[in-house]
Design a binder for this molecule. Structure first.
Ligand code: FRU
Length: 504
């Protein structure tokens, strides 16, 4: 569908299509994949994204663009970057060039996008992926391609893409990390235009269940202590036919000295950023002001296994909720935790509370006065005799999505086998799980349900599962359940969530 056609539809119908997310980012029309160029500048968060403006399936990539003051309410802006003589515009990042190191800005500051130009080697169908620059002197409203593009290429490596750039204060150098087939490469620069190879990482580390894509690298205080900082590297891995999980995202924890990353953990250790099926190609915002200090992540809420087939019409794909990343010490060592940004609280409407309810097989109706298609649920359970417990959301006679905890196996799971429309791809209907240790005999679940997604942040975001679902719009029931005994629901908060796209 053409965007223009969609925009002329009456405003009461805006963002009301079946499955249209109400508090997640989606383009008005057509195809979207990875988040790109995320940068904060002069009071605005910019979100660019892989965009095909002429169809609802992947095609020649552009950078779509939106801005927000709170990461929740977005203003759609015209396409920022379109294919040119160097090819289509693949994923990449953006930074504020505060001191005009590029000399694009006449001594002032401005925005620079660093992205992959994608075409073919002349006279062949071998993909050619080269890094390029574009810059904006008007807060991202218009963009100029740098005349010297491309600025970095490597004829030996075919998959050579997705540059993420940041300023490394200790060495006063720009750092670029990019995906190079089965590893990442790190380059350094003084002016963003000429780059020197510094190191590579990962050909023997972590998961290689797919091609490496969309890396990120940043520093975080461990347990909030600034004197104890660690570096985190995020790496997405592409879909391979052999793995039911499809495309997913891993991370590493270690040190970075301005040229080399060293992994704290054994090579074979795999740390998954999200144990659901639909969080891919996520990276973090640049230049969030120090007085805010958050490291804010957003991912593409889909999976290359079926992304082109999901049952939506006008648009296709959403982003995850923006999440704050933290490093926390767990019994297994340092791990990333994720919490939805607190700005989301502005969408809350009404609050239903429950305390110290014993849930068992006779208590299915405890939440019978609650229902919804877009809501937030905060719950804490104290383990007792029940072998399994949790919530059924987006329920009707025929449909349900189960978010549960299996006590004996110590596993949190999402079962979307009966969640709704799933016939578009045989891998979609599934039940998947991940190990979660109770904390002092308790399990916490923070759940966000939207018109076509479920995001579960367990035990303060130490374990996260993000899944798409495509229920009927009448499937709005909500139930708390326990199997084979009791569990105590020590607290529950339910909030309806308003749309971030319409006034009402
Ligand atoms: C990840 C990815 C990137 C690439 C982009 C193309 O989803 O494959 O590696 O730059 O999508 O749209």
């Amino acid at each position: 569908m053409k965007i223009e056609e969609h925009k002329t539809s009456s405003s009461e119908k805006y963002y009301l299509e079946l499955h249209r997310p109400q508090f997640h980012f989606t383009p008005e029309a057509n195809w979207m994949n990875d988040p790109n160029g995320m940068v904060y500048y002069e009071g605005e968060y910019h979100l660019f994204y892989q965009y095909h403006p002429h169809d609802t399936i992947w095609g020649p990539m552009h950078w779509g663009h939106a801005v927000s003051k709170d990461l929740i309410h977005w203003e759609h802006l015209p396409i920022a970057l379109s294919p040119d003589e160097n090819g289509a515009i693949f994923s990449g990042s953006a930074v504020v060039d505060w001191h005009d190191s590029t000399e694009f800005f006449n001594g002032e500051s401005g925005l620079v996008a660093i992205f992959t130009h994608s075409d073919q080697y002349p006279g062949s169908d071998r993909p050619r992926q080269r890094q390029s620059l574009a810059y904006s002197t008007d807060k991202g409203r218009t963009w100029n391609m740098y005349k010297g593009n491309p600025i970095l290429s490597d004829i030996k490596i075919t998959d050579f893409r997705d540059p993420k750039v940041f300023w490394h204060e200790n060495t006063k150098t720009w750092i670029m990390i990019l995906a190079a087939s089965n590893h990442v490469r790190i380059y350094t620069s003084q002016n963003l235009k000429t780059w020197e190879f510094a190191s590579e990482f990962g050909s023997k580390s972590g998961s290689h269940a797919g091609v490496w894509e969309c890396p990120d690298l940043f520093e975080l205080p461990a347990d909030g202590k600034n004197e104890n900082k660690k570096w985190v590297m995020i790496v997405s891995i592409g879909n391979e036919a052999a793995y039911a999980e499809g495309s997913r995202t891993q991370y590493f924890i270690g040190d970075f000295d301005g040229s080399t990353f060293t992994n704290d953990n054994p090579e074979e250790m795999i740390l998954w950023l999200d144990h659901g099926r639909d969080n891919y190609a996520g990276v973090t915002w640049s230049d969030v002001p120090a007085k805010d200090g958050r490291r804010i992540f957003i991912g593409w809420m889909s999976n290359w296994k079926y992304a082109n087939e999901t049952p939506t019409k006008v648009w296709r794909s959403a982003m995850t909720l923006p999440r704050e990343l933290k490093l926390v010490t767990t019994n297994d060592g340092a791990r990333l935790s994720q919490t939805p940004i607190t700005e989301l609280e502005s969408l809350r409407e009404g609050n239903t509370k429950l305390e110290n309810s014993i849930i068992n097989e006779n208590a299915a109706s405890v939440l019978s006065n609650l229902k919804g298609k877009a809501f937030e649920l905060r719950a804490e359970f104290e383990l007792d005799t029940a072998s399994e417990f949790g919530f059924k959301v987006r329920m009707s006679k025929d449909e349900k999505t189960i978010i549960g905890y299996n006590v004996n196996e110590k596993k949190l799971f999402i079962d979307r086998q009966s969640s709704g429309e799933a016939s578009f791809n045989s891998f979609f209907a599934c039940n998947h799980s991940a190990i979660l240790e109770p904390i002092q005999n308790r399990i916490k679940m923070l759940i966000f349900v939207d018109w076509s997604s479920v995001e579960v942040f367990a035990n303060n975001g130490e374990l996260v599962m993000t899944d798409l679902i495509f229920p009927d719009s009448n499937s709005q029931g909500l139930e708390v359940f326990a199997v084979d005994g009791n569990v105590k629901l020590t607290s529950l908060d339910f909030y309806d969530l308003k749309s971030c796209w319409r006034k009402k």
